[in-house]
Design a protein around this ligand. Structure first.
Ligand code: CMP
Length: 139
């Protein structure tokens, strides 16, 4: 489907370290079209809502602290097979397990500070992009 979408965030440490431009370049060169983009800072509460599915995990509190520690860049991206292709582009959650040439292998610091988020299903891509973008912000 030509209008498949996925949702991504460039996470606080990647923005702080000045890697947002290089990461966006990789995303565009891999054939993704930016359909919406926003720099914003999540409160702990909003980070907790976004990652509510992980609320029972031991890393949840740290994750919410980290994701609210600085600005992030939220992205809605379009491409055929967007969810799966984007997950291949970013690599495994743990950068030590990520393949060479993936965004996380190149830019992540740790399993938590892993540079980017990518949706894990079409349904979550819609939920996650609607969390950040209203109808008139999506192109
Ligand atoms: P993300 O793909 O955004 O989805 C959930 C996030 O939780 C993940 O990236 C990491 O930032 C974080 N995460 C996942 N597993 C762990 C873990 N074992 N320890 C710490 N943080 C984790």
């Amino acid at each position: 489907m030509a209008n498949d979408i996925t949702f991504s965030m460039i996470k606080p440490e990647a923005v702080k370290e000045g890697n947002a431009g290089a990461i966006l370049k990789m995303i565009e060169e891999a054939g993704f079209k930016v359909s919406a983009m926003k720099m914003t800072k999540l409160s702990k509460f909003r980070a907790g809502q976004f990652y509510a599915v992980h609320a029972d995990r031991p890393f949840y509190t740290d994750l919410c602290d980290y994701m609210s520690s600085g600005p992030i860049i939220a992205l809605r991206l379009k491409k055929d097979n967007a969810v799966n292709d984007f997950r291949k582009l970013i690599g495994a959650t743990d950068p030590q397990k990520a393949e060479e040439g993936t965004i996380r292998k190149l830019y992540a610091r740790s399993i938590q500070e892993n540079a980017v988020h990518g949706s894990d299903s079409d349904a979550n891509a819609k939920i996650e992009s609607d969390f950040f973008f209203s109808g008139i912000e999506k192109y």
